[in-house]
Design a protein around this ligand. Structure first.
Ligand code: TRP
Ligand code: SF4
Length: 342
């Protein structure tokens, strides 16, 4: 242990079901490493899912469980990190409400994901109060733990920028309560899915962490490669090959360079090249599959692990909220918010 205080990290995932390789490379793999050096909070966020899935909320619990299984099996460790469920820590909702009082509407309306998502998702009404407030709820998730570092992908940049602006505004009004969270950009080559487009659950082209070796083989073997390689004797360009995006994430550098050279000189075939990444994936997730099978059989244990995390999170969140209520003048004599009373 270093003498320096470990920085606090928070990140979250929406419960959208089992995680795929894109989620792993873009988030989970990095989080597992961060646990070694930081004080980490990782949260599954049902309320964020609800902002778009409000018509069919019953799936959220099952999806939360799937994400929980994937987290534990991939190596997020409840001994090292606080793993919890956002909606089980009600203080997030209180902070979200208080932040909503100081947030100018245009700040939310100009967040690009708000309009983008509305355009993209046509089958539901997303012009709602809750959906507009999505990034503000995310701000509450982050700052209630006074997180200093938020590991996220590029798509979240505006949300983190908003969080920073809200923190500055809050601190200006009421005093220095929150640190400005910093974005830790996870830079990863975008993974292609089985149809060559970006890997995404909604495209139905994803390879899941929980996929069996047979499924991994069946998904990758027929994938389209660089179109230059019409025949085995045609040289190709790995940088234009969807399959090679998987190599970049899962095949060690040295082996990958060898394959790239072989592709460019047509000295290897695509089948052989694919086999390498298939085997790498099967190996990388061997322990994962064992652990997942175990946790699947012990759902009670999984929920218990998360309830332990919820408790730890509540303790920290409650402390922050006591401070927030105090600086905002919301502590009433003998009331529920009186320090020491819970
Ligand atoms: N909006 C994030 C996403 O879609 C999920 C999220 C919710 C989050 N709360 C968070 C991420 C807090 C980082 C920090 O990926
Ligand atoms: Fe892609 Fe490998 Fe085939 Fe080259 S040899 S086109 S990198 S699968």
């Amino acid at each position: 242990m270093s003498q320096h205080r470990q920085k606090t990290v928070l990140s979250g995932m929406r419960p959208t079901g089992p995680l795929h390789l894109g989620n792993y490379v873009g988030a989970l793999r990095g989080w597992v490493k961060l646990q070694e050096t930081h004080r980490c909070f990782f949260t599954i966020v049902p309320w964020h899912a609800l902002s778009s899935e409000y018509e069919n909320p019953k799936v959220i619990k099952e999806y939360t469980f799937e994400v929980a299984l994937d987290w534990l099996s991939a190596g997020l460790d409840p001994e090292k990190s606080v793993l919890f469920i956002q909606s089980e820590v009600k203080e997030h909702a209180e902070l979200h409400l208080l932040l909503s009082m100081i947030t100018p509407l245009p700040w939310l309306e100009r967040v690009p994901t708000f309009k983008e998502q509305q355009q993209e998702i046509q089958d539901r009404e997303l012009n709602t109060y809750g959906f507009l407030g999505y990034p503000l709820l995310q701000t509450a998730d982050i700052i209630i733990y006074k997180a200093e570092v938020v590991p996220v992908g590029e798509d979240q940049a505006f949300h983190i920028e908003l969080a920073r602006e809200i923190v500055r505004r809050f601190n200006r009004f009421y005093g220095e309560v929150f640190p400005e969270p910093q974005m830790l950009l996870t830079e990863v080559p975008k993974l292609a899915g089985t149809d060559g487009r970006k890997m995404s659950k909604s495209y139905g082209n994803a390879i899941y962490l929980k996929d069996s070796p047979e499924t991994i083989r069946k998904k990758i073997s027929p994938m389209v490669t660089d179109t230059r390689r019409k025949r085995r004797s045609d040289p190709g360009e790995p940088d234009d090959c969807p399959v090679f995006t998987l190599h970049k994430a899962f095949v060690p550098e040295e082996k990958r360079a060898e394959l790239a050279a072989g592709c460019r000189s047509a000295s290897i075939g695509c089948l052989e090249c694919k086999k390498v990444v298939i085997e790498a994936l099967i190996q990388e997730f061997a322990t994962f599959r064992e652990k997942r099978a175990y946790y699947e059989k012990h759902p009670k244990l999984v929920w218990e692990i998360f309830e332990e995390g919820n408790k730890k999170a509540r303790e920290v969140a409650e402390k922050t909220m006591a401070e927030v209520r105090e600086v905002m003048g919301l502590v009433f004599p003998g009331g529920q918010s009186t320090p020491g009373k819970v």
